[in-house]
Design a protein around this ligand. Structure first.
Ligand SMILES: NC(=O)c1ccc[n+]([C@@H]2O[C@H](COP(=O)([O-])OP(=O)(O)OC[C@H]3O[C@@H](n4cnc5c(N)ncnc54)[C@H](O)[C@@H]3O)[C@@H](O)[C@H]2O)c1
Length: 99
């Protein structure tokens, strides 16, 4: 995958479904290295697999954006995955978070 985001990396929250998933696939098609985030692990892994199957790069982090410590872990994971995050696409919903 090559394109306008070659050499860029991005964190995409809410990446399991909907806008976040679509953003992940679009960013990957454009060449970005991705750190994908959601509270729903199974669906998140499905998005990450779709990106990788299409030739993209995606690390996934199960995290709750409502928890500050999770947010710090997301950034740390992004730095590990891509050395530097150059963008954030925030598509997290406000629906109830599973307990
Ligand atoms: N779909 C639309 O047409 C539309 C239009 C305008 C605004 N929005 C807003 O955009 C956002 C995304 O919409 P969508 O349709 O993709 O929703 P969606 O429900 O398909 O996706 C939201 C994702 O966010 C995740 N999420 C929710 N709370 C989280 C948390 N605390 N930590 C981590 N992940 C969390 C969910 O698990 C889900 O995968 C929502 O806030 C929605 O209200 C959507």
């Amino acid at each position: 995958m090559t394109g306008a985001l070659d050499g860029k990396s991005a964190i995409i929250t809410g990446a399991a479904t909907g806008i976040g998933r679509a953003t992940a696939l679009a960013f990957a098609r454009a060449g970005a290295r991705l750190t994908l985030v959601d509270v729903r692990t199974e669906e998140l892994e499905r998005t990450a697999a779709e990106v990788r199957d299409a030739g993209g790069h995606a690390a996934s982090v199960t995290a709750d954006l409502a928890r500050p410590e999770d947010c710090a872990a997301i950034v740390a994971a992004a730095v590990r995955a891509a050395a530097q995050a150059t963008g954030v696409a925030r598509a997290t919903g406000s629906a109830a978070v599973p307990s």
